[in-house]
Ligand binder design. Structure first.
Ligand code: AMP
Length: 575
C-alpha cells in the first residue's frame, strides 16, 4: 500500500455531525471546538432525539454523552428571534459539579444559537438564580432538590418544557432522589420528550424508564463485543492524573519509556495542536496530524515521522485512520477513548509483527469507569501505574548514561582521554574520577522539568467523591433535608466510618474479596482500609470518612461474589 492510497478520508468526507441532521450553527460550533466526528453514543443517540423520540442511553462519563443529549436538545429548543420567557428544556443531574459542567457544555455548544442556560443547585445564591429565572432561561440544568424548591416556590415554571434529560440517573437514585424526580416529572407536560442516561441499567432504572419514557430508543455504547484475539498483545498501562498535570505526566512517561516512535491520540483538533505545541516547547520532536490539514501538509508530516525526524505523532482518530505506519513502539491515549473499539484500533498500531508494544492511557479520575469498561470488553488487563517520580526519572536516566558509557568503552579509541584520567588519578581516587565523569555525562541529559507530579487518587478528589461531598453539603443546607434521609450528614474529617455490606461468610465472602472490590473498583489505596469484620450474613469494613461515600457508591454499583448487595454506612456506628 502506498501512503497516499492509504491516506485517511478527511473529516469533510467522513460522516460527521452535519450528516446527523444537526443545525449548521451547531456543526460550526463543533468544528470550532475541534471535534472531528461524533462518538458512538452521539452517532446513536442524536438522530432519534432529533426525530423527537425518547431515548434510554447507557453511557459513562467520557463517552461524549453530554453532547449526545445537549446537541439535539439545542437544535430543538433554539429560540427564534424572540427571547423566550419560559424554560424549554430541563436537564436533571445528581450533583452541583455536574450541573455546572453540563450548563457550561450547553453554553459552549449553543452560544451561536443564542440559547441561555442556567445551572441551579443547592448551596448557591438563590437571588442570582431567581433573577436569572425571572429574566427567562431556555435550558435549566438542575440538581433535583433545588429544582423542586424552585418548582414549589413557583419560580421555575415547567409547563412549556419540551425536553427533559435525566443525566446519570443511577447516581440520582443512589443519592435518594427518586421521589424528587417523580415530583419534578409530574410538573412537566405529558407530551414532552424525555432522555435518560445512566452508566448502569439496574432494575430501578428500568422502572424509572418504564414509568416516564415513551417507547424509548435504546442506545448502548460498547454493545459490539470486541472479537477475542483482535486486541493485540501489548503491555497496557494507565496513569490516573488530573487534567492540569496531563502534559507534565506525558512528558515524564515519555522520558522514562523512551519510545523509538510513538503516536499520541487526542480527542480534538484543538487538543492535537495544543499538545504538539507544548511538547515541542519541552524539547520533543512532535508533529500534529488532524483533519484540518491539507493533503500536502499531511504528507509532509508523515514523511517526517517515517524518516524519524519526528519522534511523536500527535493525531486525532480520524486523521490516523488508514495511516500506513508499520510499527510504533508506543501508542498513547491522551484521553480515554470513548469506546473499546477505538481503543483496540488505536493500540493495534503497536505490538505488530511479534514486536513488543506499549499502550499508555492517561485517564482523569472521572474516566476510571470508562477504563474498566474497556478492560471488560477487551478481556485484557490495563495496569494502573503510578506516575513516575523524579527519583524514577533519575534512575532511568542513570541507566541510560551507564549504557552509553559502556558503549563508549567498547568502541575504544580512548587514548586521548587516558592522559586526563592519569593526571587526575595522581591527585584523586580513580573511583572518584570516574564517578565525576559519570555525573557530568548524566547532568547533560537532565531536563528542566524535574518536579514531582501530584498523583490523582480515585477518591476524595475524584469527581464522584467530590460530587458526593458537594451534595452532602447541599443536603445540610436547604429546607429539603428530611426528604432525603438516606443521605449522610458530613462528619468531621479524620473519622473512620464503618461500611455495612450485606454479604458475609454464608456468601463465601473473604476479607480479600472486600479489599479487592474496594481497591479495584473504588481505586482506594489498600492501606486506607481499616478493620474488616465478617459475620455470617454481613460484613463491616472501616474506611476513612472522606472516602466513605465514594466506596459506598462504587460498591453499590459493583457485585460482590457475583451479587449486587446492600451497602451503606453502619447504623450502629457511634461516631
Ligand atoms: P462527556 O462524556 O460528555 O463527559 O464528554 C467527555 C469529553 O469528550 C468532553 O471533554 C467533551 O468535550 C469531549 N467530546 C465530546 N464529544 C466529542 C467529539 N465528538 N469529539 C471530540 N471530543 C468530544
Amino acid at each position: 500500500m502506498t501512503p497516499r492510497a492509504a491516506a485517511p478520508a478527511s473529516t469533510d468526507q467522513s460522516p460527521g455531525f452535519a450528516a446527523l441532521g444537526l443545525d449548521s450553527r451547531l456543526v460550526d460550533a463543533l468544528t470550532a471546538l475541534g471535534y472531528e466526528e461524533p462518538t458512538p453514543v452521539q452517532r446513536e443517540a442524536i438522530p432519534p432525539l432529533l426525530a423527537g423520540r425518547d431515548v434510554l442511553g447507557q453511557a459513562a462519563t467520557g463517552t461524549g454523552k453530554t453532547a449526545a443529549f445537549a446537541l439535539p436538545l439545542l437544535h430543538l429548543v433554539a429560540p427564534d428571534a424572540e427571547p423566550r420567557e419560559r424554560t424549554a428544556a430541563l436537564i436533571l443531574v445528581p450533583t452541583r459539579e455536574l450541573a455546572m459542567q453540563v450548563a457550561e457544555a450547553v453554553h459552549k455548544y449553543g452560544k451561536s444559537l443564542g440559547v441561555c442556560a442556567l445551572p441551579i443547585y443547592g448551596g448557591a445564591s438563590m437571588e442570582n438564580q431567581l433573577r436569572m429565572l425571572k429574566r427567562g432561561v431556555d435550558v435549566v440544568v438542575a440538581t433535583p432538590g433545588r429544582a423542586l424548591d424552585h418548582i414549589r416556590r413557583k419560580t421555575l415554571r415547567l409547563d412549556s418544557v419540551k425536553v427533559v434529560v435525566l443525566d446519570e440517573a443511577d447516581e440520582m437514585l443512589d443519592m435518594g432522589f427518586a421521589e424528587d424526580l417523580e415530583a419534578i416529572l409530574q410538573a412537566t407536560p405529558q407530551e414532552r420528550q424525555t432522555a435518560l442516561f445512566s452508566a448502569t441499567l439496574p432494575a430501578r432504572i428500568a422502572q424509572l424508564a418504564e414509568a416516564h419514557l415513551k417507547d424509548p430508543v435504546r442506545v448502548r455504547i460498547d454493545r459490539e463485543v470486541v472479537p477475542s484475539g483482535t486486541a493485540p498483545r501489548v503491555r497496557q498501562v494507565a496513569y490516573i492524573v488530573g487534567r492540569a498535570h496531563k502534559v507534565a505526566t506525558l512528558g515524564r512517561v515519555l522520558d522514562v519509556e523512551n519510545p523509538t516512535s510513538a503516536i499520541v491520540f487526542c480527542r480534538t483538533r484543538t487538543e492535537v495542536d495544543e499538545l504538539a505545541e507544548s511538547l515541542n516547547g519541552r524539547g520533543y520532536r512532535a508533529e500534529a496530524l488532524h483533519g484540518g490539514l491539507s493533503q500536502e501538509q499531511r504528507d509532509r508530516v508523515m514523511k517526517k515521522f517515517r524518516a524519524n525526524s519526528a519522534d511523536l505523532l500527535i493525531a486525532t482518530d480520524v486523521a490516523a485512520r488508514g495511516l500506513d505506519v508499520q510499527h510504533v513502539s508506543h501508542v498513547v491515549n491522551y484521553d480515554v477513548p470513548s469506546a473499546a473499539e477505538a481503543y483496540v484500533h488505536r493500540i493495534g498500531r503497536t505490538g505488530r509483527a511479534g514486536r513488543e508494544g506499549v499502550a499508555i492511557t492517561l485517564a482523569e479520575p472521572r474516566e476510571h469507569r470508562l477504563l474498566r469498561n474497556i478492560e471488560q470488553q477487551t478481556k485484557q488487563k490495563i495496569e494502573i501505574a503510578a506516575v513516575p517520580t523524579v527519583a524514577d526519572l533519575r534512575a532511568r536516566r542513570l541507566e541510560l548514561t551507564r549504557a552509553s558509557i559502556r558503549e563508549t568503552i567498547l568502541a575504544g579509541d580512548l587514548d586521548h582521554f587516558r592522559v586526563v584520567v592519569d593526571s587526575l588519578a595522581q591527585e584523586f581516587d580513580i573511583m572518584d574520577v570516574a564517578a565525576a565523569a559519570v555525573k557530568q555525562a548524566d547532568a547533560k541529559e537532565s531536563g528542566a522539568d524535574e518536579q514531582e507530579i501530584p498523583t490523582a487518587a480515585l477518591r476524595p478528589d475524584a469527581a464522584r467523591g467530590a460530587r458526593d461531598r458537594g451534595s452532602a453539603q447541599q443536603a445540610g443546607r436547604g429546607p429539603e433535608k428530611p426528604r432525603r434521609a438516606r443521605r449522610e450528614r458530613a462528619t468531621a474529617d479524620g473519622n473512620v466510618v464503618r461500611v455495612y455490606i450485606g454479604a458475609g461468610r454464608k456468601s463465601k465472602v473473604r476479607p480479600a474479596d472486600l479489599v479487592g472490590a474496594i481497591v479495584n473498583e473504588a481505586g482506594v489505596d489498600a492501606r486506607d482500609i481499616g478493620a474488616i469484620q465478617i459475620t455470617d450474613r454481613f460484613s463491616l469494613v472501616e474506611v476513612p470518612d472522606e472516602i466513605a461515600d465514594e466506596v459506598i457508591g462504587t460498591l453499590r454499583a459493583t457485585t460482590i461474589k457475583g451479587r449486587r448487595v446492600l451497602v451503606r454506612r453502619d447504623r450502629e456506628q457511634s461516631t
